[in-house]
Design a protein. Structure first.
Length: 70
């Protein structure tokens, strides 16, 4: 089993080229992959974000959630 790479909001912002505030807005609206909450920390799975971008960044309910069994 391989460990998932988790990114903080700054890293996601840099990866996507948008502001940290926009990351939180998209996440709160359900328009991007949901983060993992670790206590008070919030992290996103890098692979889920890459898949989302590869799929054209679909929004909301039109976005398919892909989970790899591992």
């Amino acid at each position: 089993m391989t460990a998932a790479t988790l990114l903080n909001v700054r890293e996601v912002s840099e990866m996507l080229g948008i502001s940290e505030r926009t990351i939180y807005r998209l996440s709160d609206a359900g328009d991007m992959p949901q983060p993992v909450k670790l206590g008070a920390s919030v992290r996103w799975r890098k692979q889920e974000l890459e898949n989302w971008v590869d799929d054209g960044c679909p929004k909301g309910k039109s976005r398919k959630r892909s989970r790899k069994s591992g």
